[in-house]
Design a binder for this molecule. Sequence first.
Ligand SMILES: CC(C)[C@H](C(=O)O)[C@@H](O)C(=O)O
Ligand code: SF4
Length: 418
Amino acid sequence: MTEAVVRPQTMAEKILSRRGTQTVYAGDLAVVDVDQVMVVDSIAQSFIERMRRDLAATPKYPERVSIVVDHVAPASTVSVAQAQKEAREYAAETGVRLFDVGRGICHQVLMEEGLAQPGWIVLGSDSHSTTYGAVAAFGTGMGATDIALAAASGKTWLRVPESVKVTFTGELRQGVSAKDAALEMIRVLGADGATYQSIELHAGDRFTRGERMTLANLCVEAGAKAGLVVPGGEILDLYDVPGWVYPDEGAAYVREIELDLSVLNPRMSAPSEVDNVHDVSELRGLRVDQVFIGTCTNGRLEDLHAAAEVLRGRKVSPGTRLLVIPASSQVMEQAMEDGTLLTLQRAGAALGTPGCGPCMGRHQGVLAPGEVCVSTSNRNFIGRMGDKDARVYLASPAVAAATAVMGRIALPEDVGAA
Ligand SMILES: CC(C)[C@H](C(=O)O)[C@@H](O)C(=O)O
Ligand code: SF4
């Protein structure tokens, strides 16, 4: 970028200007270099078809493309197995990276592998690619065609999004987590309240890297194109500081909201929209058939720790099943090493292979008609985790764990764990 910045810029405008050919602002079209293209198993077949048949191209920079087998892993049917086989063959043939069964959920894996860095543009064939905003990368989801074009050319084009500024103030109380803050943010913004906008999260030094991933991850549930966390705090020393991108003082936002964390209670999103958010205390007591702790939202080590704290020395209620699926093999290893998995297993949890698990109702814990599930994931649409008459409530790992112990929607204090 050679032109001088003439007006203050948001984080989205800055990143897209840096990776593009000119200084851009909201509403402009930007053509930008793409630093990483991520393809998930469920989309791999259409991606490969578009590369081969429509574009007759191979990836321009194979090292900038990753295929992750995570959504239905291990394969559940012959056709899923066939699609994954083709993805493996394609990776071997073209030299793109492959993260196979058991490595974990795409977003967690890319972050662990350093394949999302401050100031980068990361395109994923998955809507929760906003997660990369946790480290100030412009992460966004696109369909198979756009993803294939980016892989073939090393570039993409997009309209520079307007930005919404979300400022967190105060400190979270004991037992209240980043998930609760994220659900509250979605309630305030509304499920389509930030459609095609970039949510810029100003949190100072409040959140860990994992918590920032939870926040950036949920931004897409307000319809956002990206969810960019302004760098700050303990995560600064994890990366090359010169790469960080900060918004300018005086940048233009379409909307500004402030969320006081100190007044926040544990929150829960009730069926069947993510923005249907209530205090857990309002929903307390509802019978629950399945509790699921995992996903790209809340399947990290700190999430398993929060669950284990509640479940240590306690048992999952008879008649309720608890599924725990670490977000990645690295999370699983660490949770094995520090005894967290043993605690969860002894409490009666069923442990699964790192990956998406039943998050989108494809396998490993699909719900029957009439069943109720409390999940640490990010979506509770009708039919999301199985039958259309099953109901999904979204919550933090601590609330999910307390619910598993009680067999009913509960707070950690209900089991004497807060
Ligand atoms: C399969 C994939 C394309 C999908 C997404 O885009 O988000 C899934 O991850 C989800 O959470 O619904
Ligand atoms: S864990 Fe769930 S939300 Fe995340 S990528 Fe997988 S299916 Fe999508």
